[in-house]
Design a protein around this ligand. Structure first.
Ligand code: FEO
Length: 394
């Protein structure tokens, strides 16, 4: 698909993969985006998962006919994009692989030595004789070698994983030709799960791009952004600053229903306090990727779980580890929990709430053995306290 006089989209849709990175469910699939930039010289920007190589070759030929590819620009080495390098080298042995020092080392590590390479550094350029590429190093967005490539004549940014999202491209690739509604929640889920740990590095990349005039962003996943480009940048900026929307992510685990009744009481309290925007997740039912996404989306986070093996209910421990691993910060946190003979869960959740600039809101609620009316009162009070704090904007 032609994007400009000298840029083509040659990516593919993956509707078969169950879990991205073997972890994250893909209800709407995922696209692996690759692009051709052609002046008198031809550059291919990233490749696709190698399962799609034959389709990929056909699309490249549709774009440029029998012309050879002079350069393969590697913005990112994760194999969903670099996976076809070995096959591409077999197809076109003279293709020059372009990347920074870390990229070229990874090419060798993943695909072995062979063929010409060109090392680039921050700000260096490549003249395609009719188009011009400039490189910006953006380490840890999402791997150490990641970089972005700007085509300076058309103000097109090939951004790697940054500004990407889950979801296939159905019949078109540019935002103006798509109903983009499905991509926004999938952008939050993609960002928070895949890149969420690297907020500081995303901020550094955004600073490097500030002042650069952009007409379109071509990410490695999801639509080519043109009309909605500013909204995409704003979304990535907000998420990488760990700024939450006014709302609550309420996550709970329960074994025999008592902690579940407490969770319902907390939800009642949130509603009584006037809060309508909250997502409720029962551990073992909601996939962790959606919980992580809502924890990044909302300013408030309420966590509740039973004590288990003198510690935290294992599925809650996993979520706490997932959020700590992504350095989730600046959240208003409420906690509740239960035990039968030795209380540990609330203690662990309070310890989590004391980290990373988080603030404990309301009275922690700890329940011994069965759920009773007084426990419901304390749960509702916690919910009301959280709602009031969220709605006050403090
Ligand atoms: Fe889409 Fe980090 O690879």
């Amino acid at each position: 698909m032609k994007l400009t006089d000298h840029i083509w989209y040659v990516g593919v849709n993956d509707r078969d993969k169950e879990r991205f990175e073997g972890l994250w469910p893909l209800p709407y699939g995922v696209s692996y985006n690759s692009y051709i930039v052609a002046g008198d010289k031809v550059a291919l920007i990233d490749t696709v998962d190698n399962r799609f190589f034959s389709q990929f070759v056909e699309q490249v030929k549709d774009a440029i006919g029998e012309r050879k590819i002079d350069y393969l620009i590697i913005n990112h080495m994760e194999p969903d994009h670099s996976g076809s390098i070995a096959l591409l080298r077999q197809w076109m042995p003279d293709v020059c692989i372009v990347g920074n020092r870390k990229t070229l080392s990874m090419v060798e590590g993943y695909y072995g030595q062979g063929g010409p390479t060109l090392e680039v550094t921050q700000g260096s350029t490549l003249d395609l004789e009719g188009a011009r590429l400039q490189f910006t190093l953006t380490p840890m967005v999402h791997w150490p070698e990641t970089m972005m490539t700007l085509e300076t004549e058309s103000h097109t940014l090939f951004s790697g994983d940054a500004f990407g999202c889950f979801g296939t491209l159905d019949g078109a690739v540019v935002d103006t030709d798509l109903d983009t509604a499905k991509y926004w929640p999938e952008m939050v889920r993609y960002y928070s799960n895949i890149v969420g740990k690297y907020g500081a590095q995303v901020q550094m990349a955004l600073r490097k791009l500030s002042g650069v005039h952009l007409e379109r962003i071509c990410s490695t996943h999801g639509p080519v952004w043109t009309d909605q480009l500013q909204e995409v940048v704003k979304t990535y900026n907000r998420l990488s600053l760990y700024e939450g929307e006014p709302g609550v992510c309420l996550v709970y685990g329960t074994m025999y229903g008592h902690t579940g009744r407490m969770a319902e009481a907390v939800a009642e309290g949130l509603a009584q306090g006037g809060l309508k925007r909250f997502a409720m997740h029962k551990l073992g039912h909601s996939d962790p990727s959606y919980i992580i996404a809502d924890a990044f989306r909302y300013k408030g986070l309420v966590l509740g779980a039973p004590t288990y093996n003198n510690g935290l209910f294992p599925l809650m421990q996993q979520i706490v580890d997932d959020l700590q691993g992504r350095v989730l910060k600046n959240r208003l946190i409420g906690v509740f929990g239960s035990f039968s003979w030795a209380g540990q869960a609330v203690k662990h959740l309070q310890a989590f709430a004391a980290q990373n600039g988080n603030t404990l809101v309301g009275e922690p609620v700890e329940m011994k053995q069965g759920f009773a009316a007084a426990d419901g009162d304390r749960g509702r009070a916690l919910g009301r306290a959280m709602a009031e704090r969220i709605l006050s904007g403090k």
